[in-house]
Design a protein around this ligand. Structure first.
Ligand code: GLC
Ligand code: CA
Length: 540
């Protein structure tokens, strides 16, 4: 693979705790993940992203780190971690970790020392205040739980700053020691062979009065240092930004900092386009998305381990999406919706396929969320975001084949939902059934890999004379792909303005069927929620 391997890669987000339990204690672990690597290879995945595996009191499911250079004992040992990387690399799989830069757990030894002793060398690792009046313009992110970004600490008699839960004190990046410390953490894992990081909560590293305390110049300067350091010491390693920001505000992050950033604004607009049956939201946000440099790439996703965040939409759009996708208040969390893909789409196979069709063909590299390839359901009666983190459904065996533990001992109940229960939705059953979603996803991933235009190509929209039909051409070197997608639940006509492509011959990528040669206005009819990928060939 080239240095730009991530541009052609399919990413798969793994929640280690929920993937496979190797020792029967009811929680997934690293040896369990190793045992399932072949499954991921067969699916066609190129890179796995591990959710945090650090020691942690787990009040934010591992994003509350109490030791940045260790492995949570439930997950295994550093030796297991090394073995995971070796086994993955042996199979041609890359592995990235989650680098939690912004904060640590209030149980991290740094914070324990800092709060209890004014002379502690770690005192200045955190952001303190006597009156909690600073940085009023910074919004509260976990708005359902936290009232303020300051919390009074009775031990030190001062307030400390936190952008997330109160048990996650922000690290003070104004302290050069903190910066060095976190560069050392990156080194530690890259030396063990990790292929890069998804960098958590990137915009919030610095605070400055009178600003939103997001994406400040100081934050960019630090990331540039981190990237330069990594590039100087390692090869082919990547940094991916979790920065929930508008596309234009993400551009600086690509400038000598991250190779990739998630496209947060596109994601809710795919759900909007589907519900409103119009391509407008998708076209508008992509037209608003600036060109990024050659070595850079968008990360595309439909769902992840968090709530489906609605921060990057207007108030009216948010109301609309809540109304359409989360009628039950139980489904809402902070500014988002805590549901999985399949239930969000009413269990509609056609809609699930259509959104995957877009995920795999729009500009960027796709990130799949574990279990969504099966159409797994959620459990909105579990707290926080736990409902989208239930055990992976491997088979109809006890505990969905995830664990040999007493069912009561599992970290989370398996799905017993009438529609999404593990007896009917699981890997074993879907491997057996030719028509399963799993086998369909596998085929589409294979199909995507037949051309590099999807990962690397330029994008040009094609006029269709029908706002319900989205069409675009992706072009990379000599390869051209035409994508046509019907966002409506009814059959639709489309008249494609093919312009310079007239005279080329479309060959459908999955089934290889050859279509009539393109004319300047090319007529196509599309079934409900249908989408097609055509390779454009020049007839000889
Ligand atoms: C990121 C993670 C989320 C976590 C938060 C605080 O947004 O995706 O799961 O709770 O950071 O670390
Ligand atoms: Ca276990």
């Amino acid at each position: 693979m080239s240095d730009h391997w991530y541009k052609d890669a399919i990413f798969y987000e793994v929640y280690v705790r929920g993937f496979f339990d190797s020792n029967g204690d009811g929680r997934g672990d690293l040896p369990g993940l190793i045992a399932k690597l072949d499954y991921l290879v067969e699916l066609g995945v190129d890179c796995i992203w591990l959710l945090p595996t650090y020691p942690s009191p787990r009040k934010d499911d591992g994003y509350d780190v109490s030791d940045f250079v260790g492995v949570h004992p439930e997950y295994g040992t550093l030796a297991d971690f090394d073995r995971l990387i070796a086994e993955a690399h042996h199979r041609g799989l890359k592995v990235i970790g989650d680098l939690v830069l912004n904060h640590c757990s209030s149980e991290h030894p740094w914070f324990l020392s800092a709060r209890s002793d004014p002379a502690s060398p770690y005192r200045d690792y955190f952001v303190w205040s006597d009156d909690a009046t600073q940085y009023k313009d910074a919004r509260v992110i976990f708005s359902d739980t936290e009232r303020s970004n300051w919390t009074y600490d009775a031990v030190s008699g001062r307030h400390y700053w936190h952008r997330f839960y109160a048990h996650q004190p922000d690290l003070n990046f104004d302290n050069p020691k903190v910066q060095d410390e976190m560069m050392g953490v990156a080194d530690f894992w890259l030396r063990r062979g990790l292929d890069g990081f998804r960098c958590d909560a990137v915009p919030y590293l610095f605070e400055r009065e009178g600003t939103s305390c997001e994406s400040l110049p100081e934050t960019h300067a630090f990331v540039k240092r981190l990237r330069a350091h990594i590039d100087a010491n390692f090869t082919g390693r990547i940094l991916i930004a979790e920065a929930n920001q508008w596309p234009e505000d993400l551009v600086p992050y690509f400038d000598g900092e991250f190779q990739m950033a998630f496209h947060f604004p596109l994601m809710p607009r795919m759900f909007m386009a589907l519900r409103q049956e119009t391509k407008k939201p998708i076209v508008e946000i992509l037209q608003r998305t600036p060109q990024i440099q050659d070595g850079c790439q968008w990360g595309l996703f439909l769902r992840n381990h968090d709530e489906l965040t609605l921060e990057m939409v207007t108030d009216a759009e948010r109301d609309y999406l809540y109304e359409e996708y989360a009628k039950d208040p139980q489904m809402r969390l902070n500014a988002g919706i805590r549901r999985r893909l399949s239930p969000l789409l009413g269990g509609s196979r056609r809609r699930v396929e259509l959104l995957h069709g877009l995920l795999l063909s729009l500009p960027g590299s796709p990130f799949l969320y574990y279990g969504d390839e099966l159409g797994m359901g959620d459990n909105v009666y579990l707290g926080d975001r736990d409902g989208v983190r239930t055990p992976m459904q491997w088979s109809s065996d006890v505990n969905a084949g995830f664990s040999r533990a007493e069912p009561a001992k599992l970290y989370s109940p398996v799905s017993m939902d009438a529609v999404y229960n593990y007896q009917s939705i699981n890997v074993e059953v879907q491997n057996r059934s030719e028509a399963s979603l799993l086998r369909w996803v596998r085929r589409m991933i294979r199909a995507r890999k037949t051309t590099r235009a999807f990962g690397r190509g330029a994008l040009a929209f094609v006029e269709t004379e029908n706002e319900r039909v989205l069409a675009f051409v992706r072009t990379y070197e000599k390869e051209e792909v035409l994508v046509v997608a019907n966002l409506s639940r009814f059959v639709q006509p489309a008249s494609l303005a093919m312009g310079v492509h007239a005279g080329k011959r479309p060959r459908e990528i999955v089934g290889e069927a050859v279509f009539p040669v393109l004319t300047e206005r090319y007529f196509l009819s599309l079934g409900p929620h249908a989408f097609y990928w055509f390779r454009l060939e020049t007839p000889t």
